[in-house]
Design a protein around this ligand. Structure first.
Ligand code: B12
Length: 211
């Protein structure tokens, strides 16, 4: 069987034992990391996402599929992140408080790193206060926020509010993204911009820095 199809099926089945070997096999067969990401790993996650929405599977199965996807992603990470020696800018990134989805955030983080940004990843379920502390300490050019779970969207606003209260809002550009986010929401909460996917996020970040 086609190795990309096998990877997709391994994610759907939560076959965490074999996913690394399969992903490495795809690389050895000269599939590009983005091809493996978009046409195998993410496709598998899309399928389980549909099964979850139709209540054919539940959180434990979904979690296993997500863990399997992340194992495969870990094989691609060094390749996606490889490259630049002198960073072109600094980014602090994290998923906002109350939200434990971090796969999209990790892909954005890898692509920013691979494009030459120094990325400090605060992880997931990050309180506004922690973002604020990181902005004070790291003085990033860009603060990137991710959110997948609609009820947690307003936590992005809390982060912006915390920056305003600390008189730091004009010191950092705020880039937001995630499935329930759009430009209207970005305007509404006073972010600097929204991007629907990692490449357009990277493009926006570069444009902000005049690159
Ligand atoms: C995997 C998954 C999980 C895993 C997450 C594992 C992990 N480590 O991330 C687990 C099992 C833990 C999980 C838990 C839950 N989940 Co869930 N989950 C998903 C699923 C299937 C895939 C999400 C994903 O990773 N997609 C792949 C990534 C790559 O896509 P992405 O995150 O959208 O990111 C892309 C873009 O949005 C963008 N992007 C993302 N962030 C950023 C940031 C910036 C700055 C930029 C520029 C771009 C950007 O770039 C990324 C790459 O293209 C989705 C369904 C779906 N089809 O999306 C549901 C989904 C998101 N989950 C959902 C729900 C309801 C839950 C739970 C509440 C379930 C429960 N009853 O417990 C909990 C939430 C707990 C919480 N408080 O957060 C709902 C959310 C509904 C909503 N709109 O609010 C969804 C949509 C499923 C559904 N149809 O009901 N989930």
């Amino acid at each position: 069987m086609d190795v990309l199809k096998s990877i997709e099926e391994a994610v759907v089945a939560g076959n965490i034992e074999e996913i690394k070997t399969l992903t490495q096999t795809a690389l050895d067969k000269n599939f590009s990391p983005t091809d493996i990401l978009n046409n195998a790993l993410l496709r598998g996650l899309e399928i389980v996402g549909g099964q979850f929405a139709r209540q054919e599977i539940f959180v434990p199965e979904l979690l296993l599929a997500a863990m399997t996807m992340k194992e495969g992603l870990s094989v691609l990470r060094p390749i996606l992140e490889k490259g630049h020696i002198s960073p072109i800018g600094k980014v602090v990134i994290g998923t906002v408080e109350g939200d434990i989805h971090d796969i999209g955030k990790e892909i954005v983080s890898m692509m920013l790193t691979g494009s030459g940004f120094h990325v400090i990843d605060l992880g997931r379920d990050v309180p506004a206060q922690n973002f604020l502390e990181a902005v004070k300490k790291e003085k990033p050019d860009i603060l990137a926020l991710s959110c997948l779970f609609t009820p947690t969207r307003l936590a992005m606003k809390d982060v912006i509010h915390a920056l305003q209260e600390a008189n730091l809002r004009n010191k950092v550009k705020v880039l937001i993204g995630g499935a329930p986010i759009d430009q209207n929401f970005s305007d509404m909460i006073g972010a600097d911009g929204y991007a629907p996917d990692p490449p357009s996020g990277v493009k926006k970040a570069m444009a902000w820095l005049g690159k």
